[in-house]
Write a protein that binds this ligand. Structure first.
Ligand code: FES
Ligand code: FES
Length: 173
């Protein structure tokens, strides 16, 4: 028997969770990580695996409202929970304000860290509408970038927060 088929026969655990607003069911191997399931079974390749040991933040997803490292979570732990990935940010193929702020501020070079940075930023802004610079630095402290540099990224988060504030004022009127 083909080894790949034999291995996938071990995907005998079914989990259900909310993924970017849609309920999904998927069969997994009991020992596979959330990154493996999201990338390899569900095709969400925005999530990256850099270090695999919780050091780089490239695999950051939002689980029940909190930014977490997908490489340190078993897929089985997603069962019954709410998961957000970078693929959920754009609306009908159009970048949302967060993605646009990152692009406008030159925060994206190779882009490998960007999905994780964006998810850490979203979790921060979901909790604090107008975060201080220290809160931003703290929120992004688990996300490493090897090329764009952190100043542009912090500026992008500040710009996104400013835009969100403007949007809020408009909707409050
Ligand atoms: S791949 Fe998860 S923290 Fe680096
Ligand atoms: S933009 Fe390349 S790692 Fe951050």
């Amino acid at each position: 028997m083909n080894q790949e088929i034999a291995q996938d026969e071990q995907a005998n655990l079914e989990i259900c969770f909310s993924l970017n607003g849609s309920d999904i069911q998927v069969k997994i191997k009991p020992w596979e990580t959330a990154v493996d399931t999201l990338r390899n079974r569900l095709g969400l390749t925005g999530i990256k695996e850099g270090c695999g040991i919780g050091e780089c933040g490239a695999c950051t997803i939002i689980l029940d409202g909190k930014a977490v490292n997908g490489c340190l979570i078993l897929a089985a732990q997603l069962d019954g929970r709410t998961v957000e990935t970078v693929e959920g940010l754009a609306v009908s193929g159009t970048m949302n304000y967060l993605q646009k702020a990152f692009l406008d501020k030159g925060s994206i070079q190779c882009g490998f860290c960007s999905p994780g940075m964006l998810m850490s930023t979203k979790a921060l802004l979901d909790e604090y509408k107008q975060p201080s610079r220290d809160q931003i630095i703290n929120a992004l402290s688990g996300n490493l970038c090897r090329c764009a540099g952190y100043v542009q990224i912090i500026e992008a988060v500040e710009e996104a927060a400013r835009q969100e504030g403007e949007l809020q004022k408009t909707t409050d009127k």
